[in-house]
Design a protein around this ligand. Structure first.
Ligand code: C5P
Length: 219
């Protein structure tokens, strides 16, 4: 049986990108590797939590010792998250596609020789973090979101916390000059109801361990 401060607690983590199909062989995606979400799931597991890890098609393998639920699209991710509840805490580290292709084709799209390119139409995806943050009965006690920003990080992330209705936001500056996106280090600001805390730049694994410890202390 697991021991540690999170023993007996169920924590849900979303991670990775989503893929939104254009046709059966093509999709829209983003550059998320899933590294920070994977490190976080491992750190929560190491504190004894029972972790459900809902992951899009990430480029790093999921951690051992957690329950892995693999999904492709944002709508599948929301359904998997809802099916995994109840949870004591939920951390939304996934880079969910904001839009899906509304007119995705049932068969592989073909060039028809006319020189005309197909027109894709987009529909907005559900916001999983906001949906879970705003559920009444059954809402996890602690809901944590992420915010990747390229400017005025704290102000934007503080506004995002209010807009989404989550308890904490982990904000980071993903401007290309920081080398954070796709890199091994992160420099985050933790926004809670008590204000903003700037953490020094450190390895993503260390960010994960500190955040897991804060989650354990809050539950
Ligand atoms: O609004 P933005 O995409 O910047 O918010 C990022 C946060 O919201 C992340 O925690 C991300 O996992 C979550 N999110 C979500 N569902 C979406 C879009 C974002 O859960 N459709």
């Amino acid at each position: 049986l697991a021991t540690g401060p999170l023993a007996g607690r169920h924590v849900l983590v979303t991670s990775g990108p989503t893929h939104e199909p254009i046709d059966p062989v093509r999709y829209i995606a983003n550059r998320s590797s899933g590294a920070q979400g994977t490190a976080l799931a491992a750190a929560l597991r190491d504190l004894g939590a029972n972790v459900t890890f809902v992951t899009g098609p990430a480029s790093v393998p999921p951690p051992a010792g957690v329950r892995v639920v693999k999904v492709e699209t944002a709508r599948e991710m929301l359904a998997a998250v809802e099916a995994a509840l109840p949870a004591d805490a939920a951390v939304f580290a996934a880079a969910v596609a904001d839009w899906r292709v509304e007119n995705a084709a049932g068969q592989k799209m073909k060039k028809d020789g006319s020189g005309q390119a197909p027109a894709l139409e987009f529909a907005e995806n559900p916001d999983i973090l906001a949906t879970i943050s705003r559920m009444g009965q059954g809402r996890p006690q602690l809901v944590v979101g992420f915010a990747a920003e390229t400017e005025t990080v704290t102000a934007h992330a503080t506004a995002k916390r209010a807009r989404k209705g989550c308890d904490w936001i982990v904000a980071n500056d993903v401007s290309p000059a920081t080398g954070i996106m796709g890199g091994a280090e992160n420099a985050v600001t933790l926004i809670t109801g008590a204000g903003a805390e700037d953490w020094p730049r450190m390895a993503k694994d260390e960010v994960a361990r500190r955040l897991a410890a804060r989650i354990a202390a809050a539950l």
